[in-house]
Design a protein around this ligand. Structure first.
Ligand SMILES: [Cu+2]
Length: 266
């Protein structure tokens, strides 16, 4: 009998060891999967899709773009977890037998989890928005250039130092010239009604309000030619309130401005 008991104990111990090692192996598998997923995520972080937005042609626009990416990625993760839980319940407990979920009055652990995690997500999104918006609206005290943008029914005027005024000429829309890699502070005003100064590829729009002066900075990250438009319905020829933005190298910009200033004094 004793031998039998000892043998039984031994066999129990054997089962226990097998289960433990199996659990350990499962645990390792999950951990490896998480490490792999995190590694893949950090490797592809730079090449994440744009999710329909512009990547931003200014440092401010890129900040806005990264905030957008963060929001979309968060939404995707929340969506996967929520839809995953929903479909799990739908399929596992669908009515094709007598199987019903375990009936419990409450589950404190899960109630805490599904309360705390969403609150943390909202706090995280709020903090990211607060930091990013502060970066975007920050106005430099020593910009390389100051330009006044005047919105009016129905056009734009760009005022540069030295009395240089860029206005629509005939059928040609005006071009806002900016130096690449330098900070330009824009002073935005309106002469009449509410307009919207919008440059899609800069991920930026700001009201031009009568009686209100708005300041903001652009630091273009690449040379190029971009479209601009009025984003507020401001009257009959609102659709004609178009403009261009041309970002050129700093030296090309200085040459251009000098030429324009010479034209003024000539
Ligand atoms: Cu307008």
């Amino acid at each position: 009998m004793e031998l039998g008991i000892v043998q039984l104990d031994k066999s129990n111990a054997g089962v226990g060891t097998f289960e433990k090692s199996n659990q350990r192996r499962l645990g390792m598998g999950k951990r490896n999967l998480i490490v792999l997923a995190l590694g893949a995520f950090s490797l592809t972080a730079c090449n994440l899709p744009a999710f329909g937005a512009f990547r931003g042609a200014t440092t401010q626009g890129q900040n806005e773009f990264h905030l957008w990416q963060g929001f979309i990625l968060t939404a995707i993760v929340v969506g996967i977890v929520t839809w995953g839980a929903l479909f799990y319940a739908v399929f596992k407990f669908r009515r094709c037998g007598d199987q019903i979920p375990k009936q419990t009055h409450s589950n404190l652990k899960w109630e805490l989890i599904y309360t705390i995690i969403p609150v943390l997500i909202v706090i995280g999104l709020f903090a990211a928005t607060y930091v990013t918006e502060n970066e975007i609206t920050n106005v430099s005290s020593h910009p390389a250039l100051r330009v006044t943008v005047v919105a009016y029914q129905w056009g734009w005027k760009f005022e540069y130092p030295g009395g240089v005024n860029i206005v629509p000429k005939g059928a040609n829309y005006p071009t806002l010239e900016l130096p690449e890699g330098k900070t330009t502070t824009i002073k935005l005003v309106s002469n009449d009604v509410v307009h919207g100064f919008y440059i899609p590829e800069f991920n930026f729009s700001r009201y031009a309000l009568p009686g209100v002066t708005n300041y903001f900075d652009f630091k273009p990250t690449r040379a190029g030619y971009f479209e601009g438009r009025c984003s507020q319905l401001c009257g009959l020829y609102h659709a004609e309130m178009l403009f261009h933005v041309r970002v050129v190298s700093s030296s090309d910009f200085n040459n251009w401005l000098t030429t324009q200033q010479q034209k003024v004094t000539a």
